[in-house]
Design a protein around this ligand. Structure first.
Ligand SMILES: Cc1cc2nc3c(=O)[nH]c(=O)nc-3n(C[C@H](O)[C@H](O)[C@H](O)COP(=O)(O)O)c2cc1C
Ligand SMILES: C=C(O[C@@H]1CC(C(=O)O)=C[C@@H](OP(=O)(O)O)[C@H]1O)C(=O)O
Length: 363
C-alpha cells in the first residue's frame, strides 16, 4: 500500500487511526531466529506512550502490545510480524465542534483534499497515534541492530529557544541516560528545567513551542547505503521527514556546512588498528551515501504543536464562512520529547533495511 509502507528488504506497513479501534504494524522481511518478545517491544512503546508527564497530552493509553504473528518460542520465524495496540481513551466528542472546521497547522484540510472524505475525530492517519506502529517495528529493527553492536539513541537539543550545553566526550549511552531522567528528554539537566518552565508558560498562554532533537547511531559499520538513489543520508532524511511536525533534517554539520570552508569541513583521515578512521565528524558518518563507520548524526527541527487552545481563524466548510475556533481536547504542548522514540525508530528501520541490503551487495 503506497504511502502506508516503508523499507525495501525490512519493510513495514502501519495501519489504524487515532480514533478508530486500534493501531498497529506488519513487519515483513525480518530474518528468522532473532530473539523477540512482547516485553522488548513494550519497552519502546512505554517511552512513546501519551500521558506520561504533565508536559505531554493527557490522553491515557496503556499501549499494551499484542504480537499476533511471526514469532515462536521467543524468536522470529521469518514470517510477517503483526503487532496490535487497542485505542482505549479516544474521547472523540472533543472533535464535534471541529467537524467542518479544519484546524490551522494540522492535516485536516489536506486530508480532505486528497480523499474527499474525512473522519473528523482526531487527526486520523496524520495523528501521532499512528507512530505506535513505527515504534513497535523500530523495536524489532533495534534488536536486529543490537545483534551487530549498533545502538540508536536520541535526545532533545533545543526547545522553545533554550539550548542544551552537551559536555564533549560524553558517550551516547550517557547522553541517553541523562535524557531519560527528565520529562523533556534533554541530557543537560539545567537546560531541561528551563525548558519545562518555558513549556508551562506557553501552555498557560494557550500556545505551543517547537524544538530540535538529535538522533545518533553508533557502531554502524562502514559500507552501509547506496551510492546513487537510495543514499543512506537520503533515506534517513525521508524517514525522519515522514514523521508529523518535522520541518527540517540535518546530517552532521548540516546547514552550517554552507558557511564552512573545505579545509574545515573535510574530516581528516587517520590510520587506526581497525582501518582508517576520522579525526572529526562533520560528515555525520556518511560520505557518498555510504556509512563511514563514524557515528551517524541526524538532527530534526520540530514545529510547535498545531492544536493550541488560543482562538484561531479558519473556515466553516459547510457555510464557506470565516470563523474562530478554540480547540479543546488533549494535546502535547510540545512535540520534541515525544518525538525522540519515534525518530529513533525511523533511524533504526533505515539502518536495518540497509544492513540487510549489504548482504546482497557483495560475496
Ligand atoms: C510524537 C508526536 C506528537 C504529536 N502530538 C500532537 C498533538 O497532541 N496535537 C496536535 O495537534 N499535533 C500533534 N502532533 C503533530 C501532528 O501530528 C502533525 O502536525 C500533523 O500530522 C500534520 O503534519 P505536519 O505537521 O508534518 O504538516 C504530534 C506529532 C508527533 C510526532
Ligand atoms: C494519542 C496520541 O497523541 C495524540 C497526537 C495527536 C496528533 O494530532 O498528532 C493528537 C492528540 O490525540 P487525539 O487524536 O486524541 O486528539 C494526542 O493525544 C498518541 O501519541 O498516542
Amino acid at each position: 500500500m503506497a504511502g502506508n509502507s516503508f523499507g525495501t528488504v525490512f519493510r513495514i506497513t502501519t495501519w489504524g487511526e487515532s480514533h478508530g479501534s486500534g493501531v498497529g504494524v506488519v513487519v515483513d522481511g525480518c530474518p528468522a531466529g532473532l530473539a523477540l518478545s512482547e516485553e522488548v517491544v513494550q519497552g519502546e512503546l512505554d517511552r512513546r506512550r501519551p500521558g506520561q508527564s504533565s508536559i505531554s497530552t493527557q490522553r491515557k493509553e496503556e499501549d499494551r502490545v499484542e504480537i499476533l504473528s511471526g514469532t515462536f518460542d521467543g524468536v522470529t520465524t521469518g514470517t510477517p510480524i503483526s503487532m496490535l495496540v487497542w485505542n482505549r481513551d479516544a474521547k472523540s466528542s472533543a472533535y464535534d465542534a471541529l467537524r467542518d472546521r479544519p484546524r490551522p497547522g494540522h492535516a485536516d484540510l489536506t486530508y480532505l483534499a486528497r480523499y474527499g472524505v474525512r473522519d473528523h475525530r482526531g487527526g486520523g492517519r496524520a495523528s501521532a497515534r499512528e507512530t505506535v506502529g513505527r515504534v513497535a517495528a523500530g523495536a524489532v529493527a533495534k534488536r536486529l541492530l543490537a545483534e551487530r553492536g549498533i545502538l540508536v539513541a536520541g535526545y532533545v537539543l533545543e526547545l522553545g529557544g533554550v539550548r542544551a550545553d552537551l559536555l564533549e566526550g560524553l558517550d551516547l549511552s550517557a547522553l541517553r541516560e541523562g535524557a531519560e531522567k527528565n520529562p523533556v528528554r534533554c541530557p543537560d539537566q539545567i537546560a531541561a528545567a528551563k525548558m519545562v518552565r518555558a513549556i508551562e508558560a506557553a501552555r498557560e498562554a494557550g500556545d505551543s513551542l517547537g524544538g530540535i532533537a538529535e538522533i545518533v547511531a553508533v557502531g554502524v559499520p562502514p559500507g552501509l547505503g547506496e551510492p546513487v538513489f537510495d543514499k543512506l543520508d537520503g533515506d534517513l532524511a525521508r524517514a525522519l521527514m515522514g514523521i508529523g511536525a518535522v520541518k527540517a533534517v540535518e546530517i552532521g554539520a548540516g546547514v552550517e556546512a554552507a558557511r564552512m570552508r573545505g579545509s574545515d569541513m573535510n574530516d581528516p583521515i587517520l590510520p587506526g588498528p581497525e582501518g582508517p578512521r576520522f579525526e572529526t565528524n562533520n560528515a555525520g558518518g556518511i560520505l557518498g551515501g555510504i556509512s563511514t563507520g563514524a557515528p551517524i548524526v541526524c538532527r530534526i527541527a520540530v514545529k510547535p504543536t498545531p492544536s493550541i487552545s488560543r482562538p484561531q481563524r479558519t473556515v466553516d466548510l459547510s457555510r464557506g464562512e470565516a470563523v474562530e475556533i478554540e480547540i479543546k481536547g488533549r494535546h502535547d504542548p510540545v512535540i520534541p520529547p515525544r518525538i525522540v522514540p519515534v525518530a529513533e525508530a525511523m533511524v533504526a528501520l533505515v539502518l536495518a533495511d540497509h544492513l540487510l541490503r549489504l548482504r546482497a551487495a557483495r560475496i
